[in-house]
Design a protein around this ligand. Structure first.
Ligand SMILES: [Mg+2]
Length: 177
């Protein structure tokens, strides 16, 4: 069976969430996850938020306490990622050039875990999703935290729509079975 571009699971998130806070330790554990690779901008924080808020810190603490290991894989420059990560002290890859998967692969190597035990969390299909799937990792998509995006981003979101719809159709079909 030949799959159309839109139907290709490569371009579809494996799961979707309204925010990172919906991705809870119990859920991750049930999935067999040991490490989580996070995008930063618009996944955790808007661009202009340079250090984690109390809420963000509490979330990461809950993951740490549950025994998960975290890393950041960001396309943003070193200064942004470094400052955001100062208090958290996680492994990180800046200037990751997602959709290329080298940043994800560096994290896999760093953690030394099987791919099945690592998930990626991000807000974009054409960077985060492709980079995750390119490295053979599961991808959880969250709604972007900043609803007021630039024109460039709004256009990108428009192109993401068919893949998100295909994902939703797939989930619906799964539930019907
Ligand atoms: Mg992002």
């Amino acid at each position: 069976m030949k799959l159309s571009f839109k139907e290709s699971k490569f371009f579809q998130p494996d799961m979707m969430f309204q925010s990172i806070y919906e991705i809870k330790p119990d859920f991750l554990r049930a999935q067999g996850v040991k490490a989580v690779l996070f995008d930063i901008d618009n996944t955790i924080a808007p661009y202009e938020v340079i250090t984690p808020t109390v809420e963000m810190k509490a979330y990461f603490k809950s993951l740490e306490e549950a025994g998960f290991r975290m890393a950041f894989v960001s396309n943003n420059r070193k200064e942004r990622v470094h400052i955001f990560n100062l208090d958290l002290g996680y492994f990180y890859i800046h200037s990751a050039r997602k959709p290329f998967s080298s940043g994800m692969r560096a994290c896999i190597k760093h953690f030394g875990l099987p791919k099945e035990q690592i998930v990626c969390v991000g807000d974009q299909i054409f960077t985060d999703c492709l980079a995750a799937h390119g490295a053979g990792l599961v991808f959880y998509m969250v709604a972007p935290v900043n609803k007021k995006e630039s024109k460039f981003f709004r256009i990108k979101r428009l192109f993401e729509r068919p893949f998100i719809q295909a994902f939703k159709d797939r989930v619906k079909k799964r539930h019907k079975k």
